[in-house]
Design a protein around this ligand. Structure first.
Ligand SMILES: Cc1ncc(C[n+]2csc(CCOP(=O)(O)OP(=O)(O)O)c2C)c(N)n1
Ligand SMILES: CC(=O)[C@@H](O)[C@H](O)COP(=O)(O)O
Ligand SMILES: [Mg+2]
Length: 632
């Protein structure tokens, strides 16, 4: 039996000796590479936290002590050590192990939200609750240097620091990277601390040697300790944390188990808010990850477990199309600037940044700041393109509404991963953006249906000088272009078989709509399929088209609640167009992980299901109106 097979929970971990811990770390790394190379996932981040997670679970007592992982993508080791080793063959798969903590999976899991920079706020709340209920429980928050660039962390730190008697242990996992190198003053600050990685170890050795020395040991240690403190204050700017009221321990080598455990034990005994600054290496122990140029295998697909080479299917995604067109636009429009929230590569800004390095800004994991900074850039005469994942627009709603739209600033927001994303689960599905954008006065929202539309609508968006414009597209390969039969009032007609049903498809669902119409035509139901292209404001032409049909059906890769279908229904009511409308979209629930196609099928968002629903609706409609159609 391997050591890994002998560890079913933290208690088993606590019984291991030093040499066994080294072996266990090696076994965990081999396990991670073997499993994640097959399933895909966050290999780099988890290879970087093997010793750190082991030490946390040896020093603290989960689940009595709460261990919160910020973003949660680096919680695989935590899962392995808390009895879920056997689930890794199903990692991030439908019905399988989540790629993030999951309260349904384990009592050891606290936070499920994959949106970064929240762990310290959870920790603050948990610590207050334990204090109020007289529970002597520690709260441990593992937070990355990237997550620390998020504003919520600083809001939380401000509050945690005021709780001098609340035992919150903040373990900073400082690997110097988000996807790419972490940016900003804080990163510089941490790196200035990182310069003495052996600092704590040297201190530990020195203290042990001194304290064991007879007679002179203890006084000498005390004198040196005071000197150390003075040195730290003088040469290492961690004084910033201590000036905030947070004790600082570190930097600690995040792969040195004895040093880690010593630092964590000191933190545990402190009894108040304390930062343990650990220095780790993303991808540690797997050379292809350690040396991975782009992002040290932050998130991989299926890879060769030896070479690290991607062996999944190469695909041209919507992101690629955006990246290429923005690069072209950058040459035509010197006022165009791009903004990323620590995801320059994944959102397709690398090409633009390579051509125009001074015009691409990485603001860290700070979508709120990105949006309002964009408003400032627009006020200053630039046209910003803010490229973020759709789910992270949630973070910047107020800024979009008040700082961009209310000030009528020309900012273009490009939302990648819009709609059902898949393996990253409930907090990553981009299902909220249409509902959010629909609330914003004056906003223009485009949902391109293919690559040609994306290029065209991106150009249209950056030409809007006095309002926010949004372009949204899915996490998927981009299919073949779907040409329109004609464009009427800005609305593209994709197929015209009759006036029984007006099927309005949003974005990439154009292909689905045409396929559904074909199925319905075979049943004698005449469907006209249209793509509004710009879904907000709702095109007037759509209202006119609806009036000429017996039933209107909308289908969108977005949340139904407050989505495009609801907006069109309201527009029909406002225009007194009395035609029944049925809206198909993502139900207003938190949807678990799985492949995008699986989740869409479960939600009935396939051509077959849409055709079936329409057949049912047509059959259920007033017989006089529709029977002729159905009998045909
Ligand atoms: C609000 C938000 N924006 C962007 C992301 C995408 N994202 C996931 S992990 C990550 C980098 C996190 O870096 P860090 O906290 O340093 O953790 P590491 O991967 O280095 O362990 C980012 C930007 C996110 N999860 N949440
Ligand atoms: C944890 C996180 O927010 C991202 O790393 C997430 O895994 C998105 O992955 P994709 O870029 O593959 O959509
Ligand atoms: Mg990091």
């Amino acid at each position: 039996m391997t050591l890994l097979e002998s560890v079913h929970g933290p208690a088993d971990l606590k019984r291991l000796g030093t040499d066994e811990l080294v072996r266990l770390a090696e076994e965990i790394r081999r396990f991670l590479v073997e499993k994640v190379s097959r399933t895909g996932g966050h290999l780099g981040p988890n290879l970087g936290v093997v010793e750190l997670t082991m030490a946390v679970h040896r020093v603290f007592d989960s689940p009595r002590d709460s261990v919160v992982f910020d973003t949660g993508h680096q919680s695989y080791v935590h899962k392995i050590l808390t009895g879920r080793r056997d689930g890794f063959d199903t990692l991030r798969q439908k019905g399988g192990l989540s790629g993030y903590p999951s309260r349904a999976e384990s009592e050891h899991d606290v936070e499920e939200n994959s949106h970064a920079s929240t762990a310290l706020s959870y920790a603050d709340g948990l610590a207050k609750a334990y204090q109020l209920t007289g529970q002597r429980r520690h709260v441990v928050a593992v937070v990355g240097d990237g997550a620390l660039t998020g504003g919520m962390c600083w809001e939380a730190l401000n509050n945690i620091a005021s709780g001098a008697d609340r035992p919150v242990v903040i373990v900073v996992n400082d690997n110097g990277r988000s996807y790419s190198p972490t940016i900003g003053g804080l990163a510089d600050h941490l790196s200035s601390l990182r310069l003495q990685p052996g600092y704590e170890r040297a201190l530990e050795r020195g203290k042990n040697a001194l304290q064991s020395a007879p007679i002179v040991g203890k006084p000498l240690y005390a004198a040196l300790h005071a000197t150390k403190r003075g040195i730290k204050d003088a040469i290492s700017p961690q004084a910033m944390f201590e000036d905030l009221g947070l004790k600082y321990i570190g930097p600690v080598d995040g792969h040195d188990t004895p040093a880690l455990e010593s630092a964590l034990r000191r933190a545990k005994s402190f009894g108040g808010p304390v930062i343990v600054h650990t220095v780790t290496r993303k991808g540690n122990g797997f050379a292809p990850a350690e040396n991975h140029e782009a992002d040290q295998m932050h998130a991989t697909g299926v890879i060769d477990p030896i070479t690290g080479e991607n062996i999944g299917p190469a695909k041209r995604t919507w992101t690629h199309v955006f990246a290429d067109e923005l690069a072209v636009l950058g040459g035509e429009r010197p006022d165009l600037v791009a903004i990323t929230a620590a995801m320059r590569g994944p959102t397709g800004l690398d090409k633009f940044a390579g051509l125009y390095p001074d015009r691409c800004f990485d603001v860290g994991i700070a979508e709120q700041h990105a949006m309002t900074s964009a408003a400032g850039l627009a006020m200053g005469g630039m046209h910003p393109v803010v490229a973020i994942y759709a789910t992270f627009l949630n973070r910047a709603f107020d800024q979009l509404l008040m700082d961009v739209a209310m000030h009528r600033q020309g900012v273009t927001v490009v939302l990648d991963r819009a709609g059902v994303t898949g393996p990253d689960g409930a907090s990553h599905h981009g299902m909220w953006d249409l509902s959010i954008c629909g609330l914003v006065p004056g906003i223009h929202v485009a949902a391109p249906r293919d690559a040609a539309s994306l290029r065209e609508q991106l150009r249209e968006a950056v030409a809007i000088p006095d309002a926010p414009s949004v372009v949204r597209y899915p996490k998927a390969s981009v299919g073949a272009d779907l040409p329109a039969l004609e464009r009427v009032g800005g609305v593209d007609v994709l197929r015209r078989d009759g006036d029984d049903v007006l099927l309005v498809t949003v974005g990439a669902f154009g292909e689905l709509g045409v396929a559904a119409a074909q199925r319905l035509a075979d049943q004698g139901i005449g469907v006209t399929v249209v793509d509004p292209r710009w879904v907000f404001p709702v095109p007037d032409e759509l209202v006119r088209m609806a009036a000429r049909h017996r039933l209107v059906v909308t289908v969108e890769d977005g949340g139904r609640h407050g989505g495009f279908g609801w907006a069109l229904a309201a527009a029909l009511r406002d225009a007194s167009v009395d035609v029944p409308l049925r809206d198909l979209g993502i139900p207003q629930e938190f949807h678990q992980h799985g492949e995008r196609g699986e989740v869409l099928a479960d939600l009935g968002l396939t051509a077959q299901d849409v055709a079936r629903r329409i057949t049912e609706w047509v059959a259920a409609a007033q017989p006089a109106e529709m029977s002729a159609t159905v009998e045909k």
